[in-house]
Design a protein around this ligand. Structure first.
Ligand SMILES: Cc1ncc(COP(=O)(O)O)c(C=O)c1O
Length: 396
């Protein structure tokens, strides 16, 4: 079946104005998702409570849709504000003891690095790191030699947000669990394009953003907690929704008499006022991509990423800093141009050529994300932009 790229792109008008290659930060929403999402958002915003109640079922539908996407149980799903939220909830709620070790990957986003630092500084947790390599077997070896009997939790990215390297997540999870550690896989750069199968991955926790590759509402994320691990976490943040409905609040002065149970499932992490329109937007975004076909989307992303790597590698002075093998990487591509800093290149690609991407500090370069709607036409415009920048390395 041919991939209906033209029809897909017609549903995203911004793609006619800009070369959009930043799904690793935030995706652009299709109009056919945006219109019903905005409609629900508007009703709630304009009329408040009773309009919210009318769309409250959207929360359940969203949990079900996310569960289908990552093949987990519905009670394992929590919808969060972003990818970081889920990581912070797990690491902040895990019963670490002083001297425990937290082992993190070598190319982590602040979503993992900052909570790790906070645990190190305030709770006496030792943080250790293992390097990511181009060859997943080497990454696994680096992981194995960093694992110790004191490792309580391992937290790492399924795909690096800096280089697009893919980690051998399933093997890392199995090795860590064999030593008694719990494992958090950060799926911010995989959920929405890769077939992320929670049971097959075997992880204890999986987190991800919904506004990146899924092109869902901005400010939405996914947290999956294995049902056997739910009660082990002591939620660091709680509020309305965290406990079962019959909380005996009048007995707060006699806590020993309070036998409140956590809300069933991972929704205990969804405390306080939630906006069901956001849940609806996420459900619609996932349905939109499922309607196109996940296999077709994945084939398309692999094909265009491979093609772009070859085109960039053929330009003199351009270095591709992502593994050539798609199975060891992802639709993310980090590249550098000799003589230009990543930050300047990123600025010029946007200011002079309307290419949306992001700069990377280490390895210095620019990160491109090939989304489900990225086309060869985008690549033609990108390559022309890079060539123009190379011809005039310092703008007049
Ligand atoms: C690997 C990785 N983890 C976590 C995050 C944080 O996601 P969010 O911006 O949704 O909090 C990002 C964002 O770029 C990421 O790339």
């Amino acid at each position: 079946m041919t991939y209906a790229i033209d029809a897909i792109r017609r549903d995203i008008p911004a793609l006619a104005d800009v070369v959009y290659m930043n799904y690793g930060t935030e995706g652009v929403m299709a109009e056919s998702v945006l219109a019903p999402y905005i409609e629900m958002l508007s009703r709630f915003e304009r009329y408040g409570h009773f309009e919210r109640m009318k769309i409250a079922d959207e929360m359940t539908r969203c949990h079900e849709t996310v569960a289908l996407l990552v093949k987990c149980r519905v009670e394992e799903v929590a919808i969060t504000r972003n990818g970081t939220d889920g990581v912070s909830m797990v690491l902040g709620s895990f019963p670490f003891r002083e001297g425990d070790e937290l082992l993190i990957g070598g190319e982590e986003h602040p979503a993992i690095v900052y909570p790790a630092f906070a645990l190190q500084r305030h709770r006496g947790v030792r943080v250790r790191r293992f390097a990511f390599h181009d060859d997943p077997a080497q990454t696994l070896a680096a992981f194995a030699s960093a694992l110790t009997p004191r490792t309580r939790v391992v937290a790492f990215s399924h795909v690096s947000c800096e280089t697009g390297k893919r980690t051998p997540a399933r093997a890392i999870v199995a090795a860590a669990q064999a030593r008694g550690a719990r494992v958090l896989v950060d799926g911010a750069q995989t959920i929405g394009w890769m077939d992320v199968d929670f049971p097959a991955l075997g992880a204890d926790y999986l987190t991800g953003s919904a506004h990146k590759w899924l092109c869902g509402p901005k400010g939405s994320g996914i947290l999956i907690v294995h049902r056997d691990r739910l009660d082990e976490l002591v939620p660091a943040y709680v509020g309305g929704g965290s406990f079962g409905v019959d909380f005996p609040w009048t007995r707060l002065d006699r806590p020993e008499e309070i036998h409140a149970e956590w809300a069933a499932g991972a929704t205990r992490f969804e405390y306080g006022m939630r906006n069901p329109a956001l849940y609806a937007g996420l459900r619609l975004a996932i349905d939109h991509m499922s309607g196109i076909g996940w296999d077709e989307i994945r084939r398309h992303q692999r094909r265009i990423t491979d093609a772009l790597k070859a085109r960039l590698a053929a330009i003199p002075g351009v270095r591709v800093q992502t593994p050539a093998d798609f199975d060891a990487s992802s639709p993310i591509l980090n590249f550098a141009v000799d003589g230009i800093s990543g930050r300047d290149l990123s600025q010029r690609l946007w200011n002079e050529h309307r290419v949306v991407q992001r700069a990377v500090r280490e390895p210095m370069g620019v990160r491109l994300s090939n989304g489900y709607c990225t086309s060869t036409d985008d690549h033609d415009r990108l390559v022309a932009a890079i060539e123009a920048i190379r011809r005039v390395p310092v703008p007049a």
